[in-house]
Design a protein around this ligand. Structure first.
Ligand code: NAD
Length: 423
C-alpha cells in the first residue's frame, strides 16, 4: 500500500467537489481516509478537507492524484512542471498534459503562473523568458515549443457555484428541464444581459456572443434576433450558412424554407427561395455589399452589417451554396471563433446543436452560458461541461426570443424612469 495526503479548499460541498473526489478515488480502485474536515459556517465561508489517498503502490496513487488535480485537489510538496520540447510542428511530446476548460495554474521556477487562453483539449506551452504559459491547440504547436508533460506542478481550479443569492445561475443550478417558470427565468436572463450591455457600453470590454440556428427564422423569430442586435445586446454572432440564408430568404421572399412566415403555408415553388436568396448574394458579392446596395434592408444579417457586429458563419458539409461570407475552412472558422470569444462575458446558444457544441468546446468554464433548445438531450449535453454558470432552457426558440425582447424592453423602460426620477 502507498499513501499521499491531499487538501481541498473552498466551497467544496455545494460545488460537489468533495463527493466527486471520493467517487474518483473509489472508481480508480483506491481508498481514502478523511483526516481533517472543517465546514464553513456562513454561506461565504470556505470549507477545508485533508484526505489521505490510499493506493496499491506509488504509481497507482500518482495516477489517482493526477485525476484529482483536475478536480481541484491541492497536493502538498509542489514541484515545478515538467517540460519537453515539441519535436515537430503540430505534434505534442509524448505524455503531454491535456487541458480542461477550468482555470489552470502551473508552477514554474517556483512561481504559480495562470495559464492564458484556457480551453479544453489543448496542451500548455511555457515561454520561460516571459514567465508566461498558454493553451495551444495541436495544430498551432511549433517545433521546439516547451510543452507541459504529466500532471506535476499543474493546479486546476474548477468553478464554484455562485453564492450571491438569488442570481440567475444560482437560481437555476439544476438539470435542464422544461418544467421551470419560463417568465421568471427570462426576466433574470434579461437582467443579466442588461448589466453586461451597460458594462460593455462603459468599458468596451466583455459582451455577449449569440450562437444562432435556422430554427429562429423558421419559427418566425428572426425579427426578435435582429432587434436584439439593434438594441446592442449582441457583440458577435456565430452561425452557419442556414441561419444567414433563411434570414435573407425571409427578407427577400417572406418565406423560410419556402414556408410563408405570415400564414405558415408552403408557397408554390418556395423550396427554391433559399437558393435564389444565395444567388442574389452571390451576385452582389457579399452580404455587406448587398446591404450597401440596398438589396438587403432588414433582418439579422442586415443588423450585423449596419451595427458593425462581427459574425462568423462557419461552413458545414450540408450547406447549399454556401453564401460567399461562409468560411468553408473549418479550422480557420474555429480560430476566428476562438479569437472572438476572448474576454466575452456571456454566450447565448439558440437552437443549433452543431455551432453550440463547437462554441462550448472553445469556452473556458467561467463564461456564463445559456443554451435554449427544444431537445432536452442537446441542452443536457451542453450543460454537462463542469461550468457552474450554465443554464439550460428546454423550449421553442420562437417563443423564447420574443419573450426575451419583451423583458429587455420592460427593463430598459424601468431603468429610464428610475434615471429620470433620480435627476
Ligand atoms: P443542428 O441539428 O446542429 O441543430 C438544430 C437544433 O435546433 C437541434 O438541436 C434542434 O433540437 C433545435 N430546434 C429545432 N427546432 C427548434 C425550436 N423550434 N426551438 C428550439 N430549438 C429547436 O442543425 P443546424 O444548426 O440547423 O444545422 C447544422 C449545420 O448545417 C449548420 O452549419 C447549418 O448552417 C447547416 N445547414 C445548411 C443548410 C443549407 O445550406 N440549406 C440547411 C440546414 C442546415
Amino acid at each position: 500500500m502507498f499513501m499521499r495526503e491531499i487538501e481541498l479548499r473552498g466551497h467544496i460541498i455545494d460545488s460537489l467537489i468533495l463527493p466527486k473526489v471520493f467517487d474518483k478515488i473509489l472508481d480508480m480502485g483506491g481508498d481514502y481516509k478523511v483526516l481533517e474536515f472543517e465546514i464553513g459556517k456562513r454561506k461565504t465561508d470556505p470549507s477545508y478537507a485533508k484526505i489521505l489517498v490510499i493506493g496499491r503502490d506509488e504509481r497507482h496513487v500518482d495516477e489517482i492524484l493526477s485525476e484529482l488535480r483536475d478536480l481541484g485537489a491541492e497536493i502538498p510538496e509542489i514541484e515545478d512542471v515538467e517540460l519537453k520540447p515539441a519535436e515537430k510542428d503540430m505534434v505534442f511530446p509524448e505524455g503531454f498534459y491535456s487541458t480542461t476548460n477550468h482555470k489552470t495554474f502551473i508552477r514554474y521556477k517556483g512561481k504559480w503562473i495562470e495559464v492564458e487562453n484556457q480551453k479544453m483539449d489543448g496542451g500548455i506551452v511555457v515561454y520561460p523568458e516571459e514567465m508566461r504559459a498558454e493553451v495551444k491547440t495541436i495544430r498551432n504547436v511549433k517545433k521546439g515549443d516547451l510543452i507541459v508533460v504529466g500532471h506535476k506542478g499543474v493546479r486546476v481550479i474548477p468553478p464554484e457555484k455562485p453564492r450571491e443569492g438569488g442570481g440567475l445561475f444560482e437560481f437555476m443550478k439544476s438539470d435542464a428541464s422544461s418544467e421551470k417558470p419560463k417568465e421568471t427565468i427570462i426576466r433574470k436572463i434579461a437582467k443579466e444581459m442588461y448589466e453586461i450591455k451597460e458594462k460593455y457600453k462603459k468599458t468596451g470590454k466583455g459582451g455577449i456572443v449569440v450562437v444562432a440556428g435556422p430554427a429562429i427564422i423558421h419559427t418566425g423569430a428572426g425579427w426578435a434576433l435582429a432587434k436584439l442586435i439593434k438594441m446592442g445586446y449582441v457583440q458577435a454572432l456565430f452561425a452557419g450558412n442556414a441561419l444567414a440564408t433563411h434570414d435573407i430568404e425571409s427578407v427577400l421572399y417572406g418565406t423560410s424554407l419556402g414556408v410563408d412566415l405570415k400564414t405558415g403555408r408552403s408557397v408554390p415553388g418556395g423550396h427554391s427561395h433559399h437558393l435564389r436568396a444565395i444567388n442574389t448574394i452571390m451576385r452582389a458579392g457579399s452580404i455587406k455589399k448587398a446591404v450597401e446596395d440596398g438589396i438587403l434592408d432588414r433582418g439579422v444579417m442586415y443588423e450585423c452589417v449596419k451595427n458593425n457586429i462581427p459574425y462568423v458563419l462557419a461552413g458545414s458539409i450540408r450547406d447549399d451554396g454556401p453564401l460567399p461570407d461562409v468560411i468553408t475552412d473549418v479550422v480557420k472558422a474555429q480560430e476566428m471563433m476562438r479569437e472572438t470569444l476572448k474576454g466575452k462575458d456571456m454566450v447565448l446558444m439558440l437552437s443549433t446543436m452543431l455551432h453550440s457544441i463547437a462554441t462550448g468546446n472553445l469556452l473556458p468554464s467561467w463564461v456564463k452560458t445559456i443554451c435554449v433548445d427544444i431537445n432536452p438531450a442537446v441542452v443536457t449535453k451542453l450543460m454537462d461541461r463542469g461550468t457552474s454558470q450554465a443554464l439550460g432552457i428546454v423550449t421553442d426558440v420562437g417563443v423564447f426570443l420574443p419573450m426575451l425582447i419583451e423583458e429587455l424592453e420592460k427593463l430598459e423602460k424601468e431603468k429610464e424612469i428610475a434615471k429620470k426620477s433620480k435627476n
